[in-house]
Design a protein around this ligand. Sequence first.
Ligand code: GAF
Length: 378
Amino acid sequence: MSPDPTALAAAFGEAYQRDPEGVWHAPGRLNLIGEHTDYNDGFVLPFALARGVSVAAARRADGLLHLRSLQAADQGVVVPVDGGSLEGWAAYPAGVAWLLREHGAGGASLLIDSDLPAGAGLSSSAALECATALALCDLYGIEIDRRELALLAQRAENEHVGVPCGIMDQSASLLSRDGHALLLDCRSGLSSHVPFDPAASGLTVLVVDTRAAHTLTAGEYARRRAECEEAARLLGVPALRDVKDLAAALGSLADPVLRRRVQHVVTENHRVEAAVGLLRAGAVAELGSMLTASHLSLRDQFEVSWPEADVAVEEALRAGARGGRMIGGGFGGSAIVLTAADRAGNVRAAIEDAYAARSWTAPAIFEAEPAAGARRVI
Ligand code: GAF
């Protein structure tokens, strides 16, 4: 999947009465493991989805940025490329354009299309930032390596949207490779591609959009970040990634909340390491218990899970899945389940039945395979 680039180019023609100079696509991401570790200088293991955000674009000579989206009910916005402030969806592409101005980007008309559900915790925001960034770099001949571009997109979200997100989502969108998960060291920025082909092992990854919409602007994400920073300060380390002796660290912290946060981050980094070992050894099915351990830690220690995710994981396990967990920032969004392919139908039905029995909105469940990172498509 992914939005049809030819249809998007045609829609651009109608919207702006001219042809676009190109169409760029950036995928959403699914994080296999390594949650709430990125802003602790730790490790993450996401992969790119086939779904994402596409941007048709053309330069403008008048120094303006015209932003329209096929998903937005509004008529779009027009802002100077020199800077400004915006709210809502347009702040993401505008923030990127404003930062790229320093590198030589000028005005542009953009038409955006997406096949990622917004608020599902699949990084539609990062995909929008990254597709915009690639489009403007190509249009204006700006050469920035993708690691730097990920940092710029993250900065756009931090400074112009006000979300203190880490570097995982933008990195996954820009650096991922088809058939691989991306192992990223969020401190050094070094990354490697780890082969991940669940189908070859008779397995399927199900994404369960729990339809409980999350929003990172809600204070809890920022609060978790602040708690982690406070714990690192009390422990005398630059970041929680540097905690080497977990028992000693837990023993020295008086606050039970901070102890739980540290416990999650330190063990989650270990789980990423272990997961990479399993993938490299071809033991993909064994990943399941690692996912479930991550979920329990996110639920009980980091306290960011939500009832629909807990039920999805519990029901999936009851129906024979290998493992599952919530993904993303938490408090809504999606969960993932790793299951034998021939059990996927049962797992899916078990989750749907459990939601129906609670009169919850039906979940949207789809299969995911590691797809390619952001690229020009026309
Ligand atoms: C969100 C953030 F944007 C990421 O940077 C990361 O912190 C994630 O939550 C939690 O792992 O997706």
